[in-house]
Write a protein that binds this ligand. Structure first.
Ligand code: TYM
Length: 336
């Protein structure tokens, strides 16, 4: 008997004009691999992006650009279900239920909420930022998910999701699969090129440490060649003393498929300049077809719309069944 496929779900926010290299190497690269052997659901989480004020025209554009980028990077709608979160209303339905089983204290302990709300101050922090992890839990639990491929920064949210699933199951009977985070240690955190102790992030103060997938080869080459390194000369993986070089080794290895030790041997005796040039080449050559393909896909709105229609239909089928069950066990009366 063949074993049933495992369920996989993950999401990404459409909050900028391009995904960055951390998104790709830390998460989306695994999404692409995992669509082969699993029943995978991937969503562009536009509702999550509303926790920060968005310009409506820009949000529409960025949502479509996100979908196009995911396809250009290698997601195949024949192998996975790709959809936009707001097109599947079950996400909101289950999010409310999750809010009603989450303690105020445990939600207050989420580090992303603490960091972001501290940075912006109480008056500029919306309640949606506080309840963000419960919407994320709903995203995951709706699909009876086994594995959630994410970067390290999302681990705590997945752990909360596990707690909520376990709690709900023990109160109301088994309703959810308890999901596991799927985080590749080597690439779980890609660092900022200018500050290799902070993660690469679209909310960084300066864009000079961030590689946007859709940026031009010239801009990306320049950023990599100006990456901050140490004063030594050797190309060695040593995260404590050589954070910048180690980050570049991780990036090269993830994109070229060569192991870190192979790269250390290849660049033994060569300088940082040569090495940065090689990293820039691997990055630029990986991203060139992605940029071209994204633009091509964006010029065919009908194709994108049909991918999303099919995705939303497939996702709704699974998600609605979960909501139906959850409403029932909670004692909500179905509409006649
Ligand atoms: P988001 O949109 O911030 O990031 C998308 C994915 O990219 C990963 N990532 C990184 N990985 C390694 N190094 C980095 N520097 C780096 N920066 C970002 C993130 O860990 C993430 O996997 N809350 C989520 C979106 C979400 C979600 C979900 C994820 C909503 N619902 C359900 C999984 C399951 C977020 O804001 O990701």
């Amino acid at each position: 008997m063949t074993e049933a496929k495992k369920r996989v779900l993950s999401g990404i926010q459409p909050t900028s004009d391009s995904f960055h290299l951390g998104n790709y190497v830390g998460a989306v690269k695994n999404w692409i691999t995992m669509q082969e052997e699993n029943d995978a659901f991937y969503c562009v989480v536009d509702l999550h992006s509303l926790t920060v004020e968005q310009d409506p025209t820009l949000l529409r554009k960025r949502t479509l650009t996100s979908v196009a980028q995911l396809l250009a990077l290698g997601l195949d709608p024949e192998k996975c279900t790709l959809f936009v979160q707001s097109q599947v209303p079950a996400h909101n339905q289950l999010a409310w239920i999750m809010e009603c089983v989450t303690g105020f204290g445990e939600a207050s302990r989420m580090t992303q909420f603490k960091d972001k709300s501290q940075k912006n101050g109480n008056d500029r922090t919306v309640v949606g930022l506080f309840t963000y992890p419960m919407l994320m839990a709903a995203d995951i639990l709706l699909y009876q998910t086994n594995f959630v491929p994410v970067g390290e920064d999302q681990r705590q949210h997945v752990e909360l999701t596990r707690d909520l699933a376990t709690r709900f199951n023990s109160k109301y009977g088994k309703s959810f699969v308890v999901p596991e985070p799927y985080i590749m240690k080597a690439t779980a955190k890609i660092y900022d090129l200018q500050d290799p102790t902070s993660k690469m992030s679209k909310s960084a103060d300066s864009a000079s440490g961030l590689i946007d997938l859709l940026d031009t080869p010239e801009v990306n080459t320049k950023k990599i060649k100006s990456a901050v390194t140490d004063t030594g000369r050797e190309i060695l993986f040593d995260e404590t003393n050589k954070a910048g070089i180690s980050n570049l080794l991780t990036i090269h290895s993830a994109l070229s498929g060569k192991s870190i030790s192979e790269l250390e041997n290849e660049f033994a005796g060569k300088g940082y300049g040569d090495f940065k040039g090689a990293v820039a080449e691997v990055v630029v050559e990986t991203l060139r077809p992605v940029r071209d393909k994204t633009n091509e896909l964006l010029s065919d709105g009908n194709h994108l719309a049909s991918v999303l229609k099919q995705g939303a239909e497939k996702a709704s089928e699974v998600a609605d069944a979960t909501v139906k069950h959850v409403y029932e066990v909670l004692g909500l009366i179905p509409r006649a």
